[in-house]
Design a binder for this molecule. Structure first.
Ligand SMILES: Nc1ncnc2c1ncn2[C@@H]1O[C@H](COP(=O)(O)OP(=O)(O)OP(=O)(O)O)[C@@H](O)[C@H]1O
Length: 368
């Protein structure tokens, strides 16, 4: 699957552009603030009905205008798909597939699978455990609708249990039976969520390690461990045992909402000891493993967006990444960089179809 052409009007700093892409490798080069990432974000938008960066949709409209429009022409399983989106200030956005307006945007998600790797992914390493749970949940819910459902129900039960714990303190009473209602819900949904996360991580680890070894050329060993209260414990008993503590702190201290991923380099946490280049390698390997996952499930080659991929990585690692993503396992790729020579040196060695675009003040010129 790939995007053949995109038309952009008033999206962020891109006033008007129509660009035809290579089905394989596309590179945007230009100075800082030129609009390279905005081009990637336009492609991201057409897959996910939202910007990767701005959750407030109106911020994506060019400051001097009052609407934006995006249109992408895709080739998907040998047929054409025309996806278009328009947003006028103060109005609801319209998202269309082959001229037909979607009733629910959720219907579109998954049609055009895409993985984006950006510098902000570093939060996965440096941020709190919620970032890593979000990563697991984001991937699993792309292929398992029941998982998302269980997650919503778990979070609702958790909220209710926490409210009750607060109420016990403020009203100076305790009712174990009432608390038990929420406990059994947490056990039911939590057990299923745990099983899915466990399966996901087990499948992810070997693929992730293989990518890391390839990119670092075997220089370092990395690991990833799913940490959860559910391993070695009966969750029902655990909830019961932690109730005195929960009553004191007025929230639930055990459960899948405390899960984490321990990210290791050698025997140490990468958060503490990883260099910036090692962190970046770790993230790229993790996201490429995610790519494999989504590819298997969707039976389509997702589009891969690599923003600022050269930053912090040495030439060898960049070459290894470009080598792997231009291989048979991958499809259409978009790369941004500020330095053309840097990019030229690497791309010319690869036997792949490519296009290079120069971006300046929101205007895109095809250099090849
Ligand atoms: N709604 C908007 N209207 C107009 N300009 C916008 C809007 N949103 C963002 N911009 C501008 O887009 C530019 C950022 O573009 P982008 O992030 O694509 O740069 P870039 O080429 O990737 O730069 P870098 O190399 O620094 O990562 C900024 O100048 C920003 O002010």
């Amino acid at each position: 699957m790939y995007i053949e052409e995109v038309s952009i009007v008033n999206f962020k700093n891109i006033k008007e552009n129509k660009v035809r892409f290579s089905p394989r490798l596309n590179c945007f080069i230009g100075n800082n603030g030129a609009g390279k990432t905005n081009m990637l974000d336009a492609v991201y938008y057409l897959s996910f009905c939202k910007s990767f960066f701005n959750s407030i949709d109106s911020l994506n409209i060019n400051h001097a205008e009052n609407y934006f429009m995006l249109q992408g022409n895709y080739i998907r399983r040998d047929s054409n798909e025309i996806i278009s989106c328009g947003l006028q200030k103060g109005q609801k956005k319209q998202f269309k597939r082959n001229s037909k307006v979607y009733k629910k945007l959720a219907e579109h998600i998954g049609l055009l699978p895409l993985v984006m790797i950006t510098p902000s992914d570093v939060n996965l390493i440096l941020g709190g455990s919620d970032e890593r749970r979000k990563f697991m949940d984001g991937v699993i819910s792309q292929y398992n609708q029941n998982y998302l459902d269980d997650l919503l129900k778990y979070n609702r039960a958790l909220q209710q249990r926490n409210n009750l714990l607060k109420q016990f303190v403020s009203d100076k009473y305790f009712d174990a039976e009432l608390l038990g209602i929420w406990d059994s819900q947490l056990v039911e949904y939590g057990t299923r969520i745990h099983e899915e996360r466990k399966k996901f991580v087990e499948k992810l680890i070997p693929v992730f390690q293989e990518y890391y070894t390839f990119i670092s050329q075997g220089n370092e060993e990395v690991g990833l461990i799913h940490q959860s209260d559910f391993y070695d414990n009966n969750f029902e008993e655990l909830l019961r045992e932690s109730t005195p503590k929960d009553r004191m702190v007025q929230h639930t201290t055990v459960g899948i909402h405390k899960d984490d991923l321990e990210l290791k380099i050698g025997d140490y946490p990468i958060k503490k000891l990883g260099s910036q280049g090692q962190n970046k390698t770790y993230l790229v390997a993790l996201k490429l493993a995610q790519f494999n996952f989504i590819k298997q499930i969707s039976e389509l080659n997702p589009i891969l967006l690599l923003d600022d991929i050269f930053d912090k990585l040495d030439q060898n690692r960049v070459e290894q990444i470009v080598k792997v993503v231009t291989g048979d396992q991958f499809g259409q790729i978009f790369i941004t960089d500020t330095n053309r020579e840097h990019l030229d040196g690497i791309i010319r060695k690869m036997e792949t179809d490519f296009r290079i675009f120069y971006v300046e003040s929101g205007t895109v010129k095809d250099l090849k």
